[in-house]
Design a protein around this ligand. Structure first.
Ligand code: PLP
Length: 365
């Protein structure tokens, strides 16, 4: 990457592919001869329509999204989906199941309490959210309208490597994929709905992507605000009101880049390699660094770790920043450090971090 850029380990908004930022810069004030910036275009004009349609078709190609699923580009963040999902998929008294593997799953559950009758059927809280449950032992409610999981917990660094089979009557599995969206191939047909805020792996904040099976749409609760109603957005191809146009354009550039890299299988290989060298550095540090997460469910995207000598943590973050590696402080709720290594983090960034960690240890052990 360019010398004037830092390696940015932020959890989101997060680093984006430099080549696509440069492409956006090159067409910033005159998009492909239109004489306009994407920021200035009517969302109903032919130029923007071509942008959103290409973004959707590239995303469909990347994730191999079946025809029976709608793809929506919305606003409101993944947080708005915590409410939109129960509002659209159940009635006020319907039971639903939540597996809570970290703070985000917990937030989704709490919001759902306003709109349906959710139960937490498993929680990792007593083990500080370091685990994913075994699927055999999951006692699902057969009458639940859906089973909700958070596929990757951004703060705690636990990631589902496989998905539970929903045993509810409608066989519906719903996943928050905000922090591992497009980081690896996913069999979309296993899910009723997948949602993600864009600002980690695929774009800037302000775009929320929802992939929803079309037959689930059209039964929203009466109180559903129009902006939360999937039917309205599907019927209007995400153009019911003014969408986050520039953000959708940036997501489109990222999708193009992921396809050019050979698709999500290739992207996954790179992500595995990056995560491996970082976890190895932690595990081989003789306890100087420690990652609390159970090995088999460690996230490829968010790597939390602590220092045995916790009073050195502030120094670690400060020295790393001096070497142009920024945003390594852990989330305020868990402390320690966290390195987010999304798709756009180059291998060189992780290698530099690992070299720094070894050097820091040698100086402070
Ligand atoms: N879900 C997960 C897994 C997240 O990491 C985040 C944000 O970091 C959210 C939901 C909330 O997303 P937003 O800020 O887009 O509402």
């Amino acid at each position: 990457q360019s010398l004037d850029r830092v390696f940015n380990f932020a959890a989101g908004p997060a680093t984006l592919p430099e080549n696509m930022l440069k492409k956006a810069e090159s067409e910033l004030y005159n998009w492909r001869g239109s004489g306009m910036s994407v920021m200035e275009m009517s969302h109903r004009g032919k130029e923007f329509l071509s942008i959103i349609q290409k973004a959707e078709s590239d995303l469909r190609a990347l994730l191999n999204i079946p025809e029976e699923y709608a793809v929506l580009f919305l606003q409101g963040g993944a947080t708005s989906q915590f409410a939109a999902i129960p509002l659209n998929l159940c009635k006020r008294d319907d039971p639903v199941d939540y597996v809570v593997t970290g703070s985000w799953g917990d937030k989704a559950f709490k919001e759902a309490q306003k709109f349906c009758k959710p139960s937490v059927i498993w929680s990792g809280k007593s083990e500080k959210y370091t685990k994913i449950p075994s699927f055999d032992g999951l006692e699902q409610n057969p009458d639940a309208k859906y089973l909700h999981i958070c596929a990757n917990e951004t703060i705690h660094g636990v990631e589902f490597k496989d998905y539970p089979t929903p045993k509810n009557n409608d066989r519906l599995l719903i996943a928050d994929m905000s922090s591992n969206f497009c980081s690896k191939p996913v069999d979309v047909s296993k899910f009723g709905l997948i949602y993600a805020g864009a600002q980690k792996n695929v774009g800037p904040s302000g775009v929320t992507i929802v992939i929803v099976r079309k037959d689930l749409i059209g039964n929203a609760q009466e109180i559903t605000p129009i902006m939360f109603d999937y039917k309205i957005h599907v019927e209007n191809n995400s153009l019911y009101n003014t969408p986050p146009c520039y953000g959708i354009y940036m997501c489109g550039l990222v999708f193009e880049d992921l396809l050019a890299q050979g698709g999500l299988k290739e992207v996954e290989k790179k992500n595995i390699k990056k995560a491996q060298i970082l976890y190895d550095a932690i595990d081989e540090s003789n306890g100087f660094y420690r990652c609390p997460v159970e090995k088999s469910v460690r996230s490829l995207m968010n790597v939390p770790f602590t220092l045995e000598k916790s009073d050195l943590e502030a120094e670690f973050v400060k020295e790393a920043a001096k070497e142009k590696m920024v945003q390594l402080k852990g989330h305020r709720s868990v402390g320690g450090m966290r390195a987010s290594i999304y798709n756009a983090m180059p291998l060189a960034g992780v290698e530099k971090l690992v070299a720094f960690m070894k050097d820091f240890q040698a100086r402070h052990a």
